[in-house]
Design a protein around this ligand. Structure first.
Ligand code: ZN
Length: 207
C-alpha cells in the first residue's frame, strides 16, 4: 500500500506558510512504514526541533484504478477517516530552500497517524465535513471540506493519472489553517462532526 498526500489544499493554510495557492494539487507520498495506527503514542524524533501537527481527512481506496474519470471517482472511497501528517517543519524549510524533495521532513517513521475508526461516507456530506484538532483540550485547527481547493474526486482523478490506485491505499487530503508545533507531553485529539455532534476518532500522545 502507499500513502498519497496533498499539500496546500486549503487556501488559508497555504497563506499561513507563505505558499502560493496551487493551480494543480501538490502531491507527495509516504511509505507504509510511516503509518502509526491504533492511537499509539508518537515518540518525538531527535532529528527535528520544530515538529508540526497537520490534521487531515483521510480516504481509503477500495478498488484498483488508473486514469479514473471524474464521474467514477466517488466510487473509489467508501469511508472517511482522520489522520495527522506530522511534519518536521525545520527540515521541510531547509528542503524547500534548496529545492530538494521533502521526504526526510514528511515521510519519516510514524509520521502518518491514522485513526482506527472510519466513518461510512453515507453518514456525511462529503462536500461539507467539519473536523477539528484539539491540542491539550484547546481547539487549534478547525476545517471544513467545503473549503478544499481540490475535492476528494479531483484528487483521485489527478493522482490516478500518475499512480495506479490500489485497494488499501490512503489519501491524506490536506490540512486546514492552524498548523503548529507539538512538544513532548502534548495530547492531540481529532474530531469529525456527525449529524449528532462531534465524534472523537483520533488521539495521539506525544512522548
Ligand atoms: Zn499535510
Amino acid at each position: 500500500m502507499k500513502i498519497i498526500c496533498i499539500g496546500r489544499n486549503y487556501a488559508e493554510h497555504a497563506k499561513e506558510l507563505n505558499n502560493p495557492v496551487p493551480a494543480k494539487p501538490v502531491v507527495f507520498m509516504k511509505p507504509a512504514t510511516a503509518l502509526l495506527i491504533n492511537n499509539k503514542p508518537f515518540y518525538f524524533p531527535e532529528f527535528t526541533k520544530d515538529l508540526h501537527y497537520e490534521l487531515e481527512i483521510v480516504l481509503r481506496i477500495v478498488k484498483n484504478g488508473r486514469h479514473v474519470q471524474p464521474e467514477f471517482a466517488a466510487g473509489y472511497y467508501e469511508e472517511i477517516g482522520l489522520g495527522i501528517d506530522f511534519t518536521a517543519r525545520d527540515l521541510q524549510d531547509q528542503c524547500k530552500a534548496k529545492g530538494h524533495p521533502w521526504e526526510i521532513a514528511k515521510a519519516f517513521d510514524n509520521s502518518a497517524v491514522l485513526a482506527p475508526v472510519f466513518i461510512d461516507k453515507s453518514k456525511l456530506d462529503t462536500r461539507n465535513i467539519r473536523f477539528e484538532l484539539q491540542k491539550n483540550g484547546e481547539t487549534v485547527q478547525s476545517g471544513d471540506t467545503g473549503d478544499l481547493l481540490f475535492t476528494f474526486e479531483d484528487i483521485i482523478v489527478y493522482v490516478s493519472q500518475f499512480f495506479k490506485l490500489q485497494t488499501g491505499d490512503l489519501i491524506y487530503t490536506g490540512t486546514p489553517a492552524g498548523v503548529g508545533p507539538v512538544q513532548i507531553g502534548d495530547l492531540l485529539e481529532g474530531y469529525i462532526y456527525l449529524a449528532n455532534g462531534p465524534e472523537k476518532l483520533l488521539h495521539c500522545n506525544v512522548k
